[in-house]
Ligand binder design. Structure first.
Ligand code: AMP
Length: 199
């Protein structure tokens, strides 16, 4: 008989802390499915779906999209992952989202990437992408061969609207106000579980 262990993790950290990169490594090493809320939203924006059009202005301005919109999308996608080990990246980002998730999907562990805000500002504002392929460059440690141009196609690189300095500042503020409390929420749940359900 083969026993399959299903393990469910959430990876947290400020925008630009490297959640995507670390998730990819975990996914490869442990064979977990990766669900990134940012990727789900960007796919919708690219396809110009109703949700994509609705969320674009929030994302471009560095604000969180409404809880009900993102929760519906992610809980829908999670239905397909019930029988797999999974890593949630970028969701939940508010306590309301964490509470909704808890009702339907029990999380085994939470990973937190603790990166100083100054490092993040530097990282995000130096990130440039080739929109057609998704290739990512960093002007400090992975620059394109010719400044401003994609190495493969020679096409111009752009900055994601939400990587511009003023938007990065807004995203970090929203992380501090809305997402940091989620860490405390999970710490309190873990304490309560250790105490047999008492707060
Ligand atoms: P990310 O790539 O994870 O940094 O997400 C890009 C943007 O998508 C964020 O700045 C938010 O505007 C939006 N977003 C992603 N996940 C969530 C979430 N769980 N709740 C609200 N907004 C989100």
């Amino acid at each position: 008989m083969v026993l399959r262990v299903i393990f469910r993790a959430v990876i947290m950290g400020p925008p630009g802390s490297g959640k995507g990169t670390v998730s990819e490594r975990i996914m490869k090493s442990f064979g977990m499915k990766h669900l990134s809320s940012g990727d789900v939203l960007r796919t919708n924006m690219k396809a110009k779906t109703e949700v994509g059009l609705l969320v674009k202005s929030y994302i471009d301005q560095g604000q969180l999209v409404p809880d009900d919109v993102i929760t519906r999308l992610i809980l829908h996608d999670l239905k397909g992952l019930e029988q797999c080990s999974s890593l949630l990246d970028g969701f939940p980002r508010t306590v309301t989202q964490a509470e909704c998730l808890d009702k339907v999907y029990k999380i085994d562990t939470v990973l937190n990437l603790n990166v100083p805000f100054e490092t993040i500002k530097e990282r995000l504002t130096s990130r440039w992408i080739h929109p057609a392929s998704g290739r990512v460059y960093n002007i400090n440690f992975n620059p394109p061969k010719i400044p401003g141009l994609d190495d493969v196609t020679g096409e111009p690189l752009i900055q994601r609207n939400d990587d511009k300095p003023e938007t990065v500042a807004r995203r970090l503020k929203s992380y501090e106000m809305q997402t940091r409390p989620v860490l405390e929420y999970y710490r309190a749940s873990a304490r309560s579980a250790r105490l047999g359900g008492q707060p």
